[in-house]
Ligand binder design. Structure first.
Ligand code: DAH
Length: 347
């Protein structure tokens, strides 16, 4: 029976050498297929006697079963191997921390901006918005700051290589003050033909630009303009309005406000507004928070209003500065660095 044993050995070797299921099927055909070696052996029994057939047939069957067993074992081993490779390839490290998705938050400047709008709205102020690329007339001339006047260097800005309707270069607005003119003109137009015109009470927050860059100045910064014009609006109203705003914005009643004489072309008289906290880390230091003044009669006329009957005040304040004071930030540039670890603190 050694031919049978060597056949079994050959089959085991052949099955062991294959490296894919298709090769295994080929090897199987060589032994168990219609023309396979075992089938040939069966056919070869035809010439044997009945007794010989019995013993030979039984022996062939035993070998056939062993060949089939070897085949199945190899099949299983290959499937197992495939699974292991797949598992390795698709390995998932469940001990890795997941990727969390942070909930975004508003930028501290936006938070301050929204807060300012909310407070002034509650005091009856409208909120207005206007262009950042501005005409010379709105940024300067209408605000009593004519071409070649030295006061123009107070708001040294960027110019755009394009002309406005007046033939002068357009500028990136250096302050929100042009909004005084734009808003008042629109107001006058809106109420033209009406028996009476309501007071003008507005704030205009927005982006502004200047050739300036250090720890407390950025070439792009934010301002809020305020304007209140009526028949009898005085410095007293300015003081009460601004003091109430500061108390609400900084969430403390424990602060003092003072006017310090100053100069702006568009106001007369003009004053810087300083505040001092009576308690807390900044206690006792005067902090400049706004420029202000009584709107100049020429500016009132440029708005299309009668400077004999209309009087009031304007102010301009830096939103970034207010945010720095509120949040205790000492370098303005941090607001614009885009560092999420810094910005994430203000949610
Ligand atoms: N526009 C001024 C600036 O940016 C600030 C300012 C001062 C605005 C006085 C005003 C004002 O409305 O009345 O330097």
């Amino acid at each position: 029976m050694s031919d049978l044993n060597s056949l079994l050995e050959n089959a085991q070797t052949a099955f062991g050498q294959v490296s894919s299921p298709a090769e295994l099927e080929n090897a199987k055909a060589q032994f168990l297929g219609k023309t396979g070696k075992l089938t040939e052996l069966m056919k070869g029994m035809a010439a044997l006697s009945v007794d010989e057939k019995k013993t030979r047939g039984a022996a062939i069957n035993v070998i056939k079963q062993q060949v089939e067993a070897a085949l199945n074992a190899r099949r299983q081993a290959m499937a197992e191997g495939d699974l292991q490779t797949q598992l390795k390839a698709e390995a998932l490290d469940v001990s890795l921390p997941g990727r969390s998705r942070d909930i975004g938050g508003l930028h501290p400047i936006s938070l301050a901006w929204e807060r300012i709008e909310l407070i002034f709205s509650s005091m009856g102020f409208d909120v207005a918005d206007g262009p950042e690329i501005e005409e010379d007339w709105f940024s300067f001339t209408a605000l009593n700051n004519p071409p070649n006047h030295p006061a123009r260097s107070m708001q040294d800005t960027f110019y755009v290589d394009m002309q406005g309707e007046d033939g002068l270069a357009l500028n990136l607005r250096p302050h929100t003050s042009p909004m005084q003119i734009r808003y008042a003109q629109a107001h006058v137009k809106k109420y033209a033909g009406h028996a009476a015109m309501p007071e003008i009470r507005v704030i205009a927050p927005g982006r502004t630009y200047r050739v300036d860059s250090d720890a407390t100045h950025s070439p792009m910064f934010h301002q809020i303009e305020g304007l209140w014009l009526g028949e009898n609006v005085s410095f007293k109203d300015l003081k009460v309005t601004f003091l109430n705003f500061c108390k609400a914005f900084f969430e403390t009643d424990d602060l003092t406000l003072r006017f310090r004489p100053s100069y702006f072309p568009f106001t007369e008289p003009s004053a810087e507004i300083d505040i001092a906290f009576n308690t807390g880390p900044l206690a006792g230091r005067w902090l400049e928070v706004a420029g202000s003044g009584q709107v100049h009669p020429k500016v009132v006329r440029n708005m299309g209003l009668d400077h004999e009957t209309v009087i009031g005040f304007a102010f301009g304040s830096g939103i970034d500065r207010l945010a720095m004071l509120r949040y205790g930030v000492n370098d303005l540039r941090q607001f614009f660095d885009g560092n999420v670890r810094f910005l994430g603190q203000f949610r």
